[in-house]
Design a protein around this ligand. Structure first.
Ligand code: SF4
Length: 474
């Protein structure tokens, strides 16, 4: 097929981290509830979606490439009965975007099988592949499923006990929902790179990457699953085990900057509130004489609101987003594809014309979109463009579940801020500094991973690995 897809509906952003979900309860339509949960986690991965469901006798997996609404319809959900399910929305951070690599991953066992949904990236993928021997696996998630399945077959009878055996051999970032025919398990790696929360819906229990997935079901938020915690949920309700050696916590700071939904709650505060605080701090750190504050929709909106509030430079919508452009959009021809950003955003001359504009966004990764945006705002008549970014320069690649490509693709990799300002053709450019970013979260620096911003990695990193590692092994 000669179809071309816009590569990232949210412009120049790293691929997100995947969303995981799980639910168990008496007399519920678990697959349907999972479908709604995945809807709320769609922003974490738009390449594929899948649900595994158990009716206590059989475990069935249905998954495909595409958005949740494209993969599932009424008749498919009707064919997935049972009161226990897990779900996944995927962005490929290991392995390519193919059906085989979509999740949940299923592994057959003599007694039936297990299914696993993974958010994050292992940092010992090569070592784990070597330990497990020749396999057809193309992702780290398949390796994990294989290791757990083998532990079950080698005499560890329950899924819970098999996880206790297998989990310590995984290193890096892994938030998991795992199931067999009767038990749901949620796991957060000991550093807690990626979030996972526990909720309750009447007599049912829910696990989800973000609280927004609880809200969509009307479930009550109980708590975040702790780093290093394994929550086992069966007909008796949840209980916890801690199978890992203790490590310092390193929650991904980028969940606050960009990844998590604004209406999700992390560390006791809604993400929207935290992002707004980033904008307030940016206004104090980098004031500028200007006429209007314009957000890059939608990522820059809360920070722009905070910036305007403190600076007194009025908040104004100067860019309009075409909300229907996404991964399913088929570009008709190369000529139009080259128009790139104009398919997604348009500047309003009546708003920005003749004005000194403060343009606010949350981050710059590769920079190509930002450059086009600035040009568009200038073409629309802005007399000055002052760019304010509510996070520090993104200089280092992520090995924990974000696909930012290799370091050479990062705009700030080897450039200072003056160089970047000149490259983007802005009058001034200021990034929020790391201290202000952390203070905006209301937590302490040592609670976070900030590696892509600071170069300080909380684990050893696999310098030679990339997302296609397993596909290239002989
Ligand atoms: S490197 Fe950056 S994106 Fe990756 S986990 Fe750390 S803070 Fe998050």
């Amino acid at each position: 097929m000669n179809e071309h897809y816009i590569s990232d509906p949210d412009l120049d952003r790293p691929g997100e981290a995947c969303g995981v979900f799980g639910i168990i309860g008496p007399d519920i339509d678990a697959a349907r509830l999972t479908y709604f949960g995945l809807f709320a986690l769609q922003h974490r991965g738009q390449e594929s979606a899948g649900i595994a469901v158990s009716d206590r006798d059989n475990l069935t997996v249905y998954k495909d490439l595409g958005l949740v609404a494209q993969v599932f319809d009424e008749s498919i959900l009707a064919g997935l009965p049972g009161g226990l399910a897990i779900g996944h929305t995927r962005y490929s951070t290991t392995g390519s975007n193919s059906w085989e690599n979509s999740q949940p991953v299923f592994r057959h066992l003599d007694t039936n099988g297990i299914a696993l949904a993974h958010n994050g990236n292992l940092t010992n993928t090569s070592a784990l592949a070597e330990m497990l021997g020749p396999l057809a696996a193309t992702t780290d998630s398949e390796l994990m499923t294989e290791a757990i399945g083998r532990a079950m077959q080698e005499g560890t009878v329950t899924l819970e006990d098999a996880l206790v055996v297998a989990l310590p051999s995984f290193e890096g970032a892994f938030t998991l929902t795992v199931m067999d025919t009767s038990t749901l398990v949620g796991v957060r790696d000991p550093r807690g790179f990626r979030p996972l929360c526990l909720g309750r819906l009447q007599d049912s229990w829910v696990l989800a990457s973000e609280t927004a997935a609880l809200d969509i079901l009307g479930a009550e938020f109980i708590r975040q699953v702790a780093p290093g915690e394994m929550v086992i949920i069966d007909h008796e309700g949840p209980r916890s085990r801690f199978p890992f050696d203790e490590e310092d916590t390193h929650l991904c700071i980028f969940e606050f900057v960009y990844f998590a939904r604004p209406d999700s709650t992390l560390l006791g505060e809604t993400i929207q509130t935290t992002r707004r605080e980033m904008g307030r701090r940016l206004a104090i750190q980098a004031p500028v004489a200007a006429d209007i504050t314009v957000p890059v929709p939608e990522s820059g909106i809360p920070a722009a609101q905070g910036f305007a509030e403190v600076s007194g430079v009025p908040y104004t919508d100067g860019l309009v987003k075409n909300r229907y452009v996404g991964r399913t959009f088929i570009e008709p021809a190369q000529a139009i594809r080259e128009r790139g950003i104009r398919m997604k955003l348009n500047a309003m001359p009546g708003v920005v014309g003749g004005k000194r504009v403060v343009l606010v966004d949350d981050s710059i990764v590769r920079g190509s979109t930002t450059k086009q945006l600035v040009a568009m705002v200038r073409e629309a008549g802005a007399t000055e463009v002052h760019l304010r970014i509510s996070s520090p320069p993104y200089r280092w690649p992520c090995f924990y579940g974000m696909d930012t490509g290799d370091r050479s693709t990062l705009l700030a990799a080897d450039r200072d801020v003056v160089d970047i300002a000149s490259e983007l053709d802005v009058d001034t450019l200021v990034y929020l500094d790391l201290e202000n970013l952390i203070q905006a979260t209301g937590s302490h620096a040592d609670a976070f991973c900030t590696a892509c911003l600071s170069g300080s990695y909380p684990t050893e990193v696999p310098v030679t690995d990339n997302k296609f590692l397993l596909e290239r092994l002989p």
